[in-house]
Design a protein around this ligand. Structure first.
Ligand code: OSB
Ligand code: MG
Length: 375
């Protein structure tokens, strides 16, 4: 495949409702999309950065810089055997996984279309339907959280994850558990605690949670190992796992019993599969995390979620939970069983609403190979 053109664009998209995590509130999303053409076939990827460097150090602006200054110039005009060769070409750029993933994943979409198979098949996925959970932002009061959890469970979602932060944690979880004694529940602290909070964090053991996600520092594996020894609730790592070697270290240290894979956080589908395989070898179940993606990122999440060791419901949910109108057709929907049926069409399996994308675009840059003039 010869990379003939790369278009990077920023879309301004407003979430239906503000989403609050321990690190802040988001409503106005700055979504970066990568549109690539190779051998005449167009593929799409999404850069899953936040607007501010509060989840990790990347932002929409750093990703724009890294892609426009380094990744696009490195890749334009290159001939590649497969999308999984992209990391070899851009490895010399340290970090910036989300920027890399947005570009690499566009080529995965192209490769699947060229082979006329679904992205799921190309990634060697096996599931035709994936189990879905939701991630609920921090709310005003325990009562309003209880109501929201009830709403999502009644739609069929199989697992509800609640965002927590100091001061908005135990009471909220206790109220939800009391109302829903048998629901599959988990919490996500997004690094809001430290190891000195161990006595507090141990109190969550009373609520039969599936897991507690990344309670400690965003770049810490070892502290989570110390914490896991002292609490019963299974820890799940998110922020601190940037690649398969991190996953191996975390598993060897017994820093978690479950792992969240975000395709952007680990640098694209190639590395996401490696993380998946490491976890499978060690019997650590994984699930797919979300970053408030538009339909394009959502479609990539669905495809990777079809690999065999995605054994737990992910944070991949219906388009309409976040967007008044999504940029893909059809939108992502869930079945009454709380699953998403994996599209069987070629590539990501959803079509991109070009005009709507254009309408939402606030910034755009294109790289092209030099035009070949035929004699
Ligand atoms: O930690 O999983 C997280 C959103 C922004 C930043 C971090 C996280 C999240 C979510 C949203 O939980 C999940 C989703 O996209 O539905
Ligand atoms: Mg998380």
């Amino acid at each position: 495949m010869r990379i003939e053109s790369i278009t990077l664009r920023e879309l301004e998209m407003r979430l239906k409702w503000p989403f609050e995590t321990s690190f802040g509130v988001t409503q106005k999303r700055r979504v970066l999309l990568v549109e690539m053409i190779a051998n005449g076939v167009t593929g799409w990827g999404e850069v899953t950065t936040g607007e501010a460097p509060y989840y990790n150090y990347e932002t929409s602006d750093t990703a724009w810089l890294i892609i426009s200054e380094f990744i696009a110039p490195l890749l334009i005009g290159k001939e590649l055997e497969t999308a999984s060769d992209v990391p070899l070409l851009i490895n010399r750029i340290r970090g910036h996984q989300m920027a890399k993933a947005g570009v690499e994943n566009a080529l995965w979409d192209i490769e699947a279309q060229q082979k006329n198979i679904s992205l799921s098949k190309l990634l060697t996925g096996v599931h035709e339907e994936i189990p879905c959970g939701v991630s609920l932002g921090i709310r005003e009061s325990p009562q309003s959280l209880v109501e929201k959890v009830g709403e999502e469970l009644s739609k069929g979602y199989q697992r509800v994850k609640m965002k927590i932060k100091p001061g908005k944690d135990l009471d909220f979880v206790a109220a939800v558990r009391k109302q829903f004694p048998r629901a599959m529940l988990s919490v996500d602290a997004n690094s809001a605690y430290s190891l000195s909070d161990v006595d507090h964090l141990r109190k969550f053991d009373d609520y039969d949670l599936l897991m507690m996600e990344q309670p400690l520092q965003w770049d810490e594996i070892y502290s989570h190992a110390k914490l896991q020894k002292q609490i019963k609730t299974a820890l799940c790592l998110d922020e601190c796992i940037s690649h398969a070697r991190h996953a191996e270290a975390a598993i060897e240290l017994a820093a978690c019993r479950i792992l969240n894979i975000k395709v952007g956080r680990v640098g694209g589908h190639t590395e996401a599969r490696r993380v998946h395989d490491v976890c499978l070898q060690h019997s650590i179940p994984v699930w797919c995390g979300g970053m408030l993606e538009s339909g394009i990122g959502r479609a990539h999440n669905i495809a990777i979620s079809t690999l065999p060791n995605f054994a737990l419901p992910g944070d991949v949910s219906a388009s309409k939970r976040y967007w008044k109108e999504d940029i893909i057709d059809p939108e992502v929907e869930i079945t009454p069983r709380g699953t998403i049926r994996v599209p069987q069409g070629s590539g990501i399996g959803y079509s991109v609403k070009r005009e709507f994308v254009e309408h939402l675009t606030v910034k755009k840059q294109t790289w092209k190979t030099e035009v070949m003039v035929s004699a």
